[in-house]
Design a protein around this ligand. Sequence first.
Ligand SMILES: CC(C)(COP(=O)(O)OP(=O)(O)OC[C@H]1O[C@@H](n2cnc3c(N)ncnc32)[C@H](O)[C@@H]1OP(=O)(O)O)[C@@H](O)C(=O)NCCC(=O)NCCS
Length: 120
Amino acid sequence: MLIRYKKSFEKIAMGLLSFMPNEKDLRKLLQTIKDYENEDNLQLFLWREEEDIIGLVGVSLTENNIEVQHISVNPSHRQLGIGKAMIKALNDMYAEKELTANEYTEAFLLKCEEGCKSSD
Ligand SMILES: CC(C)(COP(=O)(O)OP(=O)(O)OC[C@H]1O[C@@H](n2cnc3c(N)ncnc32)[C@H](O)[C@@H]1OP(=O)(O)O)[C@@H](O)C(=O)NCCC(=O)NCCS
């Protein structure tokens, strides 16, 4: 299930974020986490299965739009549908908004576009 980020998840969130190609630099990573903590229009979610945090998705919200900024799954849990499940959960949570990608998440969003709509 998708849960909201909180400070106690900082280290696991940074580990997951670091799998993004644009978050390899530690200073950038720290700034990104800080932005998610401080900016009202930025929301970070984690994917929890039982007690394990194995995925992360970060979004930027506007009135009509939700843009996926970051998406990452623990390498040991990839290819099991978690990435798509996170996108579907976002579509369900923000059903009134249009879900879009940025340049770093576009490839995966395009990949799962057909299978992640809330009506599925
Ligand atoms: C992208 C990512 C979140 C997918 O998570 P996942 O849980 O393995 O995804 P799912 O199991 O739901 O879906 C797997 C499908 O996505 C495809 N996929 C994986 N990474 C992809 C990428 N970067 N671009 C496009 N498609 C991708 C797989 O090939 C697979 O396709 P298939 O269904 O035809 O076999 C994961 O690979 C990851 O954390 N990557 C590193 C971070 C990253 O690069 N994020 C940005 C991605 S654009």
